[in-house]
Write a protein that binds this ligand. Structure first.
Ligand code: UDX
Length: 437
């Protein structure tokens, strides 16, 4: 099928490459000229495992091109909207300007029978509104809402073989033509048994908001337990192991630490609360405010623990922060808890050096006042305290015996509970975890 993908960021670039991998003829469209120039030469404009290899592979087939010209969407049967929906400045609500611009920009190129597919995370009600716009401009075109559940760091695999597909179509009927078109687009993963649910627009939009809210709640739940464990002298990692053995609960997303960040969970729960307020259902989601508060409190807690470890004052203390990305295997620093903690420590008088295998360029753009060092040994040299804040493999694998030779004071704060406390203590370190004695 001929497919256009509008927006080539973390979602769209991966989606475009994966659609070509599934055998479609794909054009990726973005307003950012530099991004398009890189993608056109099979370079990924951000770090995502496997993406660059995939771009190279599918571009060699001639099935994937990139352009800044929206007119290139003409002639495609399916148009995916994959632009970002960031948080509005100073408000909880999502900023829909990019989604609106993508839809409006596409209208002149829509033909009879075309299907526009929204993948961006939007407040419930957006699809209905856009469907009217499309109907007015091209009555023969349809809109479907098909939320994306990919995780950064696993984006290629999550796109090629997701857990499920959700198709939001008008009226929610399986017989709607849009469901048939999407089945054709996803024929390969559907053939491998990936289930799909057909719903109305509102349900499809809410599925995404609900999924991310549930994940955020799970993380804040275990972080709340970490606070209680700290107070009671208990171990939250063992507590999570034990409750996670109950299949109804499950061990995944019960890693206590410095909390969640990134371009999705924090802004999605806030925009969900804002939208529920507009709908008069704000009481239903007041618990998400608490989820957000628990999450933000983790960052303050780390600053306090670091101060304690450093003998009561951060002034002049050399702190090495391992990790800048919001999670490992990503260079994304949007709302990264690691960077937010690093900046706080620096503001309070510490001399902070941040190291990360992939995210330093993005981090330096956002927090130019911090020191950055790619070489992990250099970053550790003469540190008064080391903070593991993003659990990259190279951070988890640090050898406590070798590392102790580099630092000035052997203090480690394990913000992700990713290290073996016994091993680090045996090597002579003062070890602190999050919610473990
Ligand atoms: C998330 C959803 O998982 C995905 O389905 C959706 O499409 C987009 O938002 P992502 O933002 O890539 O994906 O990251 P995710 O793996 O969910 O992690 C989010 C944050 O939570 C990270 O900062 C991570 O470190 C943190 N986290 C995750 C925890 O602190 N504890 C956990 O147990 C799990």
């Amino acid at each position: 099928m001929r497919v256009s993908v509008i927006g080539c960021g973390y979602l769209g670039a991966v989606h475009a490459a994966c659609m070509a991998k599934l055998g479609h003829d794909v054009v990726g469209i973005d307003v950012d000229e530099q991004k398009i120039a890189e993608l056109s030469t099979a370079r990924a404009p951000f770090f995502e495992p496997g993406l660059e290899e995939l771009l190279g592979e599918v571009q060699a087939t001639g099935r994937l091109t990139f352009t800044t010209d929206m007119a290139a969407a003409e002639g495609s049967a399916v148009h995916f909207i994959c632009v970002g929906t960031p948080q509005k400045k100073g408000e909880n609500a999502a900023d829909l300007r990019y989604v609106d611009a993508a839809a409006l920009g596409l209208l002149p190129y829509l033909a009879d029978g075309d299907l526009v597919v929204g993948k961006s995370t939007v407040p419930v009600g957006t699809a209905g509104r856009l469907a009217e716009l499309i109907r007015d401009a091209q009555p023969g075109a349809h809109l479907a809402w098909n939320p994306e559940f990919l995780r950064e760091g696993h984006a290629v695999q999550d796109t090629l073989s997701p857990d499920r597909f959700v198709y939001g179509v008008p009226g929610g009927s399986e017989d709607h033509a849009a469901a048939g078109v999407l089945d054709e687009v996803y024929a390969t993963p559907r053939g491998m048994g990936t289930p799909r649910l057909v719903t109305d627009y509102a349900t499809a939009e809410l599925v995404k908001a609900a999924a991310n809210s549930f994940l955020a709640t799970k993380i804040s739940f275990i972080n709340a337990m970490a606070e209680v464990c700290d107070a009671a002298g208990a171990d939250v990692t063992l507590l999570a192991d034990a409750i996670g053995m109950d299949e109804r609960i499950g061990r995944k997303f019960l890693h206590a630490g410095i909390g969640f960040g990134g371009g999705c969970l924090p802004k999605d729960i806030r925009s969900f609360m804002a939208r529920a307020g507009e709908l008069g259902a704000d009481q239903a989601l007041t618990f998400l405010r608490e989820v957000d508060t628990i999450n933000m409190r983790r960052r303050t807690r780390v600053v306090e623990l670091t101060r304690e470890m450093c003998g009561g004052s951060l002034l002049g203390q050399r702190i090495t922060v391992l990790g800048a990305a919001f999670k490992p295997d990503s260079d994304d620093v949007r709302d990264s808890p690691a960077l937010s903690i690093a900046a706080q420590l620096q503001l309070q008088g510490a001399v902070v050096t941040v190291t990360d295998p992939q995210a330093l360029a993005n981090a330096a753009r956002r927090f130019p006042e911090l020191n950055y060092e790619l070489d992990i040994e250099e970053a550790l040299r003469n540190a008064d305290a080391v903070l593991l804040l993003t659990e990259w493999r190279q951070h988890r694998d640090l050898d406590p015996f070798a590392t102790i030779q580099l630092v000035r004071n052997a203090r480690i704060l394990d913000g992700r509970n990713a290290l073996d406390p016994q091993k680090w203590r045996a090597a002579g370190w003062t070890y602190r975890g999050m919610g473990r004695p």
